[in-house]
Write a protein that binds this ligand. Structure first.
Ligand code: PEP
Length: 248
């Protein structure tokens, strides 16, 4: 049985003033039926993790370096995130791939670093609009999974997020049938790669999830939750998505 996961990616948004949203979420969702995760900017991780210690809201990073320490100005390592109180790390988000030239090989090295630090990796995959138009969605996703995921993925250490690049922050989403096709394909790929553990790895959908479409998306086969960007910034919106997932 896979525990559902509602993950919020705050991206480069949020200052200490935004901590009020975390407080609201903790107040309105004291005992949700799904797991809740917020990945705030790195500047807030330690504060939010301290506030959430012994609570049901998990905290994650949005990226990390593949080395544990060293001369990498501006970067953060997986052990540093663990030290700050994070338990999850998003890796290979399309904005990192586009803005910072991240390759599948880098994502694989980062995933190994995250596992070595005892954290859970949320590895993002997804096709561009052009790749979808060319009918290449499944081969693209398959290639990303093959080359971004190290050997040894388990239900406890790996989450995969399917995020069509063209659906992120655009208000557009694939049809439910398209989401089902990709999630079923990812499940089959994970099982072929990791055996029984692949059955337990959670697969999140990400890309313009909001309160108004969450119920229908969470009813789709092999959708075990969501990675939510814009709608995770406000406790009321993210709370409504958590409610939809808890009821699914
Ligand atoms: C994301 O950035 O992971 C994302 C899914 O963003 P949004 O929900 O805003 O589309």
């Amino acid at each position: 049985m896979r525990r559902k996961l509602a993950a919020g990616n705050w991206k480069m948004n949020g200052t200490t003033a935004s901590l009020v949203e975390i407080e609201k979420l903790l107040e309105t969702h004291p005992d949700p039926a799904c797991e809740m995760l917020i990945c705030p900017p790195a500047t807030l991780i330690a504060q939010v993790a301290w506030r959430c210690r012994a609570k049901h809201l998990k905290i994650g990073g949005q990226d990390c370096h593949w080395n544990t320490s060293g001369a990498h100005t501006g970067d953060i390592s997986a052990p540093m995130l663990a030290d700050a109180g994070a338990t999850y790390v998003i890796l290979g988000h399309s904005e990192r791939r586009t803005d910072h030239g991240e390759t599948d090989a880098m994502v694989l090295a980062k995933t190994e670093a995250v596992w070595a630090a005892g954290l859970v990796a949320v590895v993002c995959v997804g096709e561009t609009e052009r790749q979808r138009d060319l009918g290449a969605t499944l081969p693209v996703i398959g290639g990303q999974l093959d080359t971004s995921l190290p050997a040894g993925g388990t239900a406890d250490t790996l989450v995969v997020a399917y995020e069509p690049v063209w659906a992120i922050g655009t208000g557009r989403t694939p049809t439910l049938a398209e989401i089902a096709e990709v999630h079923d394909y990812i499940r089959a790929t994970l099982v072929a790669r990791f055996g029984d553990e692949g059955t337990g790895v959670r697969i999140l959908y990400g890309g313009s999830v909001k309160p108004s479409n969450a119920v229908e998306i969470f009813a789709v086969s092999n959708v075990d939750g969501a990675l939510v960007g814009g709608a995770s910034l406000k406790a009321t919106d993210f709370g409504a998505i958590i409610d939809a997932l808890s009821a699914a």
